[in-house]
Design a protein around this ligand. Structure first.
Ligand SMILES: [Zn+2]
Length: 485
């Protein structure tokens, strides 16, 4: 296979970078890029044990608080989610840490009497560092970061080189570790350009209103799947639009924005019955809110009342509506946005002087793959055929353990598969230049394409892992403005 990549080693393994020196390393022992790595630390063992103790001690200490502590945690979680909706983005780690503490203490019988918010806050601050380390450890577990010994230096973290591109995608959805990063909300305008802004009216179809929020849905979904261990917390199986509708009704029935809201359980059940929930659906809803033993609760459900955060509820509406088994709105929203994306590529190429004759995808024959963008260079006698991939990396590929399988070799997202399709498009066009000539002449353009070369490209939102596969060049959207086609 003839391929080029800035992120892969010559041997095909993933490249890692030393934070400090920017030197690149390969983990494959027989490879020359393995260089002077003296030892690779075993990811599990002691570390796992140590974190077990940290988690246990966190539970024991929390026990000495009054039961108000759990309300305090929900309150904090709500605050973090409100930040995400403030458009400014929320620090990912802070939010994940709160969620994880809720998960750790959710079934504790609190025996203490200390109810002072100040004690709670101090405790929370004291847990930030160990849990932040725990988050860092997730990156080690998933092999995005590898600890090694180099000559004269021990415990040196090597970072997966492709992690910078993965982080650009996360930043794009407002999952922010650097508030000033340029890639924050990078594609907001493309996502929403063709989607009508609608005002919510009672009795309206949920999807009709919520489609405009699909980037929010992506964001929350990605946030709650930041790493493999944490992604289990918010996982719910087999939910329906009833559960989502009930969450939405919690959101709307809350008069307060920032503080936690309460609703009497009886009253809530009455509302649900008005929304035509039957008894089984109500029972399922409570299971959904509370979650299984390895999941985080979405609200505090006691015998008398339900205590919840308005913003947390809205975030969860977004998450579950976006991935609703019956009709996932994220898929629909992206389909619309990908057309806008193609349009932007055409606009840029026109400004750069290429002849871009069509405003939509064209097909040479029915039932064949179409051509997203065609950009002709008359001076160089080239027909650039460009496939636009407005697709995000699925969060399961955020780990070095899955990255190659999904992003390079995968059937759906795999760059090789995508490039191969582009090769067959080139071959098709090679034999059917006359059809293209005819289509051009319909647009009033007369060109003899006989001597023209066909050059295949694929454009992704962010840098792909491969930069070339056989004759296909794989580039990022930014490259469209810069490279020589
Ligand atoms: Zn190598």
């Amino acid at each position: 296979m003839n391929l080029k990549s800035n992120f892969l080693c010559k041997c095909g393994g993933l490249l890692y970078t030393d934070f400090k020196t920017n030197s690149e390393y390969c983990l494959n022992k027989n490879c020359e890029n393995h260089k002077d790595i003296e030892r690779i630390y075993n990811k599990k063992g002691d570390v796992e044990e140590r974190f077990k103790r940290i988690k246990e001690s966190l539970r024991l200490k929390s026990k000495l608080f009054s039961s108000n502590f759990i309300n305090f945690l929900f309150d904090q979680q709500n605050y973090f989610f409100s930040k995400i909706y403030g458009g400014e983005g929320a620090p990912i780690n802070g939010l994940l840490i709160i969620c994880y503490i809720i998960f750790l203490v959710k079934d504790i019988k609190f025996v203490g009497r200390d109810s002072r918010p100040k004690s709670f806050m101090n405790f929370l601050r004291s847990q930030h560092e160990p849990l932040n380390n725990y988050l860092f450890y997730q990156d080690i577990k998933e092999e995005n970061i590898i600890l090694v010994d180099l000559p004269g230096r021990t415990n040196v973290p090597l970072k997966l080189k492709y992690l910078t591109e993965i982080n650009k995608q996360k930043n794009n959805y407002g999952m922010i570790s650097d508030i000033h990063s340029e890639t924050n909300f990078r594609y907001d305008n493309i996502d929403l350009e063709k989607i009508d802004k609608k005002v919510f009216k009672i009795g309206m179809e949920l999807d009709e209103y919520f489609i405009q929020f699909f980037p929010e849905m992506m964001k929350i979904d990605m946030l709650t799947k930041s790493n493999q261990e944490f992604s289990k917390l918010f996982e719910r199986r087999g939910f329906t639009k009833y559960e989502v509708g009930a969450l939405l009704s919690l959101f709307f029935s809350s008069p307060v924005l920032i503080d936690l809201s309460k609703i009497k359980k009886k009253e809530f059940i009455k509302t649900l019955k008005q929304m035509e929930f039957n008894d089984i659906q109500i029972e399922n809803l409570f299971k959904f809110l509370i979650g299984d033993s390895d999941q985080i609760p979405l609200a505090i459900v006691t015998d008398e009342e339900i205590i919840y955060g308005k913003w947390t509820s809205l975030a969860m509406v977004m998450k579950y509506l976006g991935t609703l088994p019956e009709r996932p709105l994220i898929v629909e929203g992206k389909r619309v946005a990908s057309k806008v994306f193609e349009g932007k590529i055409r606009d840029i190429l026109r400004t750069r002087g290429y002849l871009v004759p069509f405003n939509q995808e064209i097909q040479l024959h029915k039932d064949e793959d179409g051509y997203d963008v065609i950009a002709i260079d008359k001076t160089k006698k080239k027909i650039n055929i460009i496939e636009a991939k407005y697709r995000d990396l699925p969060s399961s590929a955020f780990s070095a353990l899955n990255l190659l399988n999904l992003k390079i070799y995968g059937k759906e997202f795999g760059e090789i598969e995508i490039a191969k399709k582009q090769i067959s498009r080139k071959e098709q066009l090679e034999q059917n230049k006359d059809i293209l000539e005819a289509k051009l002449s319909k647009e009033g353009i007369k060109i003899d394409l006989k001597e023209y070369d066909i050059v295949p490209y694929v454009v992704f939102k962010f840098s792909p892992i491969l930069s070339q596969f056989e004759i296909v060049k794989l580039i990022s959207f930014d490259d469209v403005s810069n490279i020589n086609f």
